[in-house]
Design a protein around this ligand. Structure first.
Ligand code: 5GP
Length: 116
């Protein structure tokens, strides 16, 4: 287990105090520590998956839930009408820095571009 994976696991186990925006039996969402846009939420599975390369058929429900929660949070934060962006970075060339699968939800201003 590396330190970067630990960060999200420590958030999940409440060892690092972070305001949890949403949690259920499969996923948890919290604000990004270094927001790239006015709204920048991270949605992660409750059980460890390192990267998008590591998913399989057993993860279909979790991956679907991550999208559903992104849409739910976007509505709750009133960015659904103007629009938003969801991003999953994978490995070095995808710009992944934390090796614990996470989905970025970015909104609150126009033309958000992330890593390109
Ligand atoms: P990646 O580059 O791996 O797709 O995104 C990792 C994200 O995690 C970055 O946007 C970064 O700001 C965020 N992040 C890193 N460490 C922490 C932390 O300790 N707490 C929170 N809330 N976000 C973090």
């Amino acid at each position: 287990m590396n330190n970067k994976k630990n960060i999200f696991q420590q958030i999940l186990s409440k060892k690092i105090i972070t305001k949890i925006i949403y949690e259920d039996n499969l996923v948890t969402a919290f604000n990004d520590i270094k927001p790239q846009s006015p709204i920048h939420v991270l949605i992660i599975p409750n059980n460890f998956i390192s990267t998008l390369n590591d998913i399989n058929k057993n993860h279909e429900l979790i991956l679907g839930r991550m999208l559903l929660v992104a849409s739910k949070i976007a509505k709750k934060m009133l960015i659904d009408k103007d629009g938003y962006r969801v991003v999953i970075n994978c490995n070095k060339n995808g710009g992944q820095t934390i090796f614990y699968l996470h989905m970025h939800l970015l909104g609150g201003r126009q033309g958000i571009k992330f890593f390109f």
